[in-house]
Design a protein around this ligand. Structure first.
Ligand code: M6R
Length: 608
């Protein structure tokens, strides 16, 4: 999704902004631009395509002198991706410039109103309307113009704003789109996401909805929508700046796959104390937890897949009914939430618009929401009643790997805690599970060691048109994630099916040589999945099986086998996903794609 960076201070702004935008490239974009105020005028440069085009255009920012500026990477929503529609946008006399993330929902009505007053528009964007609206309200007092504008616009926005008549100030405001302010020794910064400014500072302020930040070279003030000054708490970002660097890996995705042992450890160990699962963050007593009658898990994409795994594990272990919803469906389906239900939302970014809306919907209905979130201080983390953080650190690649692995751990912890307080497992069973979980990081490490073998296999399939993933139970939830990993970065059509469902239609798609990846890690379901392997083999499929060590007999039916170590069947997903992530990654690399920046995709989806 779009990215915003802004700077005001003692240094030249353009270089800092370009650097920050480069760190937001992972969010996905189709054009980029920046506006720099040189003390008198605001100059704008913009270009279509990668950021390096803007860097070349501005000679790495050298042709745009000035110590105050805003920059943007745009992911087109209103109007095609071209230079005109790229941000920043001016008002008519080029004295106001803005960058914007989000969508102004009433922009057509505002445009009509402004057109009647003689304003003309150069772009197809909703954003230009905000620049002109600010112009309309501006009478020399930028704060007045901004507060009046805020009362008129509807929708979601994070805005960086410059006024040529006030070259010593940078304004920022947001509603339902993330925005932070950073305090560095050489000035202040704004950004839509932490990695953009980590190089300069770890001291940040989270701007809340409809708050206005006014940044000067050596002063920072915050105001509410009425223009009254407010106090904000300074927060230290714990993320290590190196965590947002590639560190010698070809792609962030590869690096993040290799970080999974650490991610799992960091998410797991703080919640294991004296042989028990302790999740203080739940803010619930054991009795309250035991009384939970139903759990609704709501999420999008891979986070949803972690939720599907959560359903199998929680229902199986704790015998609590779980419903899993795609957030985009949940928010509009008028879900039935009954007394005693608990809502769990899962999100890496903590900014996914649909998940945030589902959270709000649940809270409005009076239900407490637990958020499983990776980004500290994100909107979902701040609005949820309690937060179970996945300590994966910054995840840069669009295709999630380590955050997903951490989400799985969060699901297991929740399941084990529920099972324990409901008396469904005893201390001995719990201890055995904890021991199994503690082995997961080294087992992942071992599986990562298969990289070359999986790369060779993936190279055989770079030309594949369709690839199917099948599995039963928990293996089905792995199939869903394996299939998404492949398709989102390699653009190979791929589907995941519950293996037993094949014969109800999908099997007609199997042709000679079609690759079917069969996941068979669940002992009770193993013979059934093998039967499904036999069925697709009979139709000409080439079968890649992912199964546990000891299931050597599968070689009679599968063409290629990846063995994963033994663990508690509930935790298999954490191991089986590793070769599937690698497979997706290497098909993408084999096809010459940039695995970190898949086409049409954004890291955090802050619009519907
Ligand atoms: O930030 P979130 O976890 O809320 O994001 C949800 C999905 O957009 C995300 O998991 C997406 O499916 C990933 N690209 C998958 O790799």
């Amino acid at each position: 999704m779009c990215g915003i960076v802004g700077y005001i201070g003692s240094q030249q702004a353009a270089g800092i902004i370009l650097d920050g935008l480069a760190r937001l490239e992972y969010r996905g974009y189709d054009s980029a631009g920046m506006a720099i105020c040189d003390g008198e005028k605001i100059r704008i440069s913009k270009s279509v395509g990668r950021l390096k085009v803007l860097e070349e255009l501005t000679h790495n920012g050298e042709t745009m002198p000035g110590c105050c500026g805003i920059g943007h990477t745009r992911w087109a929503t209103h109007g095609e991706p071209n230079t005109t529609n790229a941000h920043p946008h001016y008002n008519t006399d080029e004295t106001i410039a803005i960058v914007h993330n989000g969508i102004i929902e009433n922009y057509l009505a505002l445009k009509e109103m402004l057109t009647k007053k003689g304003y003309q528009f150069q772009t197809d964007t909703d954003t230009e309307v905000v620049a002109q609206l600010l112009d309309y309200y501006y009478d020399g007092d930028p704060m007045m113009a901004i507060t009046r504008m805020l009362h008129r616009v509807q929708g979601s926005y994070a805005l960086g704003i410059l006024f040529a008549q006030h070259p010593d100030r940078l304004f920022a405001v947001r509603k339902n789109s993330p925005l932070i302010v950073g305090k560095s020794p050489n000035g202040y910064l704004i950004a839509s996401d932490v990695p953009a400014i980590l190089k300069y500072t770890r001291n940040v302020f989270y701007v809340d909805n409809q708050e206005i930040a006014v940044l000067k070279q050596d002063q920072l003030n915050f105001y509410n929508i009425d223009g009254d000054e407010i106090e904000k708490e300074e927060v230290t970002i714990e993320w290590d700046a190196n965590a947002a660097e590639k560190g010698g890996y070809e792609h962030f995705m590869l690096k993040e796959m290799y970080e999974q042992p650490k991610t799992v450890t960091d998410t797991l160990l703080p919640r294991i104390k004296d042989g028990d699962i302790v999740i203080d963050e739940l803010n619930m007593t054991d009795d309250e937890l035991a009384a939970v009658k139903k759990i609704h898990i709501v999420a999008c994409g891979s986070a949803y897949h972690a939720g599907v795994t959560g359903k199998y594990v929680i229902e199986g272990m704790a015998r609590v009914p779980v419903e899993v919803d795609l957030a985009s469906e949940f928010r509009y389906r008028n879900p039935i939430l009954e007394e005693g239900a608990m809502v769990v939302v899962i999100s890496q970014s903590g900014e996914t618009a649909d998940t945030l809306a589902a959270l709000r919907e649940s809270k409005e209905r009076g239900f407490k929401v637990l958020a499983v979130v990776n980004v500290v201080g994100s909107s979902i983390a701040r609005e949820a009643d309690s937060v179970l953080y996945t300590w994966a650190g910054p995840e840069i690649a669009v295709a999630t790997t380590k955050a997903y692995s951490a989400q799985l751990i969060a699901m297991y912890l929740l399941a084990m805690k529920l099972a324990k307080v409901r008396g469904k497992i005893d201390d001995v069973e719990l201890s055995a599970m904890i021991e199994d979980l503690k082995c997961i990081p080294s087992q992942i490490e071992m599986l990562l060691g298969n990289e070359k073998r999986i790369q060779r296999f993936a190279n055989r399939y770079v030309g594949a048109k369709d690839i199917f993933f099948i599995g039963r139970g928990i293996d089905y939830s792995i199939a869903l994630e394996g299939s998404l990993k492949l398709k989102e970065i390699s653009y190979v059509h791929s589907e995941a099916y519950a293996a037993g469902e094949l014969k109800h239609g999908t099997i007609s798609l199997i042709e000679e040589g079609t690759l079917v990846t069969a996941i068979a890690t669940q002992p009770e379901l193993y013979p059934k999945t093998v039967s499904n392997i036999v069925q697709v083999k009979a139709r000409g499929a080439f079968v890649l099986a992912v199964t546990t060590e000891g299931n050597d007999d599968i070689e009679k039916n599968a063409d290629y086998v990846i063995y994963i170590p033994q663990t508690n069947p509930y935790f298999m997903n954490s191991l089986a996903i590793i070769p599937l992530q690698m497979f997706g990654y290497y098909v993408s690399v084999g096809k010459g794609f940039d695995a970190d920046h898949p086409r049409n995709l954004a890291k955090s989806v802050t619009v519907e």
